[in-house]
Design a protein around this ligand. Sequence first.
Ligand SMILES: [Zn+2]
Length: 253
Amino acid sequence: MKRTVRMFAWLLCLCMVFPMLVSCAKTEEVKEFTAEELQSEEYAEFVNGYDPENDTDLDAERASAEDETLAGTSVQYSNSKLVSCPMPSPHKSSRNGQKIDTITIHMMGGQLTVETLGRLYSSASSQTSSNYGIDKDGRIGMYVDEKDRSWSSSNKANDMRAVTIEVASDPFAPYAVSDKAYAALIRLVTDVCQRNGIKKLVWSTDKNERIQHKNGANMTIHSDFANKACPGEYLLDRMDDIAAEVNKNLGAE
Ligand SMILES: [Zn+2]
């Protein structure tokens, strides 16, 4: 079974490395992960791609994490009241008082429940987490308090300033999410923006604008930082719509 998962990861990797093959991946049926495989390290890598090479100071950070305090910071952190499933993950670091000004939406690459995602994030071997997760029924899980940095986007600097949200999706391209999950995502992102003083959500189709936060851009995606399918075409095509819906809720222009 492990071999199948490895083969799947290899296939996915091939399709990412050689853009010419991407169109073939879209039409090919991809094997769905079994319940057992969803608990595996391979799946953890697939879903979140925590990449130690992009975060070499993590060990030192872990060692000092307990000594760190938020003394001197004026940032007030809070968590969403929309959460119905809190399952704290040990895979986190301090934000060191950094202000939250970015939203990073991920797809799970599977229709995981918020509980299954929580179990994955609790596993010692997974080395991955997100602040929030949303399942296909629109239920919201919380795994890393907003005051802390999740290990989510293969990029420390991004996760220091971002609230990261994993959305349950089909395990195959275009990685569609359910209407209920989508609606919950709009509600959650609105709530995160309201509590953190993000007055307007801005998506840019230009990667450089996104990662440099130019022209107000404050939404990033996993594939900005790592060679990943995340967030998948379905969500990628809707980033503009997500920003528009959230901005309507925020009363932003
Ligand atoms: Zn991702």
